[in-house]
Design a protein around this ligand. Structure first.
Ligand SMILES: [Zn+2]
Ligand SMILES: [Zn+2]
Length: 283
């Protein structure tokens, strides 16, 4: 089974991008601390530093969402389809890289995401994930989340066991409950993993190289969708903030910087071709 490290980047100090909430973002959580539950899984604002007391919604698996992120959240797995179509359009029309059309996508809760992480080599301290990709390992039964509804401060989820054949088609797993903005960014990230796996290269890339490419494309996606949201809306602030989080988290990451430059200069397809030949990102 393949893995991805599209993890929440909770060890940084975001501030300006979500305007009006800068004080909320001054003391971000560290993954693994006991305070983690008090932070919104999507925008990372802590519940206890909000100007007025607000109720966060408990997703039932150790994650919470704030009242601004909740209305933006996808509540039915069917809603991911139009987001994925847009992501595919972004790859095909904007990045000029053809995408395999039928990559299965499933919503999972955090427990199921972590259960499957145990089969890989993920650091168990970073227990929460937005997205993950499966690309080998044969058949697997996943407990997927079909849809959910909010009931006061908690939710009720409809789940189902699903047999998934993980062979030559990459499968994308997403943490359920996230806003469209976070889902889109996560899909853009995971699609790069999928593209790399589907190349059938007889090589394994360094994690930093592969993640650098994924994160660079995720930032491009955020820029690409910037005009989707009205100025001043929370959706726009969230979109901006997510890019800020990636950039902050990877500010000392040479491969991320090289990937952004290379894709800008050569395009994604040529960059991937160079990576296939040299295992490194072209300068
Ligand atoms: Zn990744
Ligand atoms: Zn939030």
């Amino acid at each position: 089974m393949g893995i991805c490290q599209s993890t929440p980047t909770t060890d940084q100090t975001p501030n300006a991008p979500v305007q009006g909430h800068s004080q909320d973002l001054a003391n971000p959580p560290l993954v693994g601390t006991s305070d983690r539950n008090e932070f919104c899984f999507s925008c990372h604002r802590p519940q206890n530093s909000r100007p007025i007391e607000v109720e966060y919604t408990n997703l039932g698996d150790g994650r919470y969402l704030c009242p601004e992120c909740i209305p933006l959240s996808l509540t039915d797995s069917k809603q991911v389809k139009p987001v994925m179509r847009r992501v595919q359009h972004f790859f095909e029309e904007h990045l000029k890289v053809p995408v395999k059309k039928d990559i299965p996508i499933f919503f999972l809760d955090a427990n199921e995401m972590n259960k499957n992480a145990g089969r890989g080599t993920i650091d168990t301290n970073t227990v929460l994930f937005y997205g993950r990709i499966l690309y080998s390992g044969g058949d697997i039964t996943l407990k997927i989340v079909k849809r959910w509804v909010r009931r006061g401060a908690a939710i009720e989820a409809v789940t189902k066991f699903k047999d998934v054949k993980v062979d030559d088609v990459a499968t994308i797993l997403l943490s359920f409950g996230l806003p469209k903005q976070v889902i889109g960014e996560t899909l853009a990230h995971e699609m790069v993993h999928a593209l790399i796996k589907l190349q059938g290269w007889n090589l394994t890339l360094e994690t930093s190289v592969e993640e650098g490419l994924c994160n660079a494309v995720a930032c491009m996606w955020i820029d690409y969708t910037a005009d989707d949201y009205d100025d001043g809306s929370f959706a726009k602030k969230l979109n901006k903030f997510r890019k800020y989080m990636i950039e902050e988290h990877h500010k000392d990451d040479a491969e991320f910087a090289k990937a952004r430059q290379a894709i800008e200069k050569y395009g994604l397809e040529h960059t991937l071709n160079c990576v296939a030949r040299t295992r490194g990102i072209p300068e």
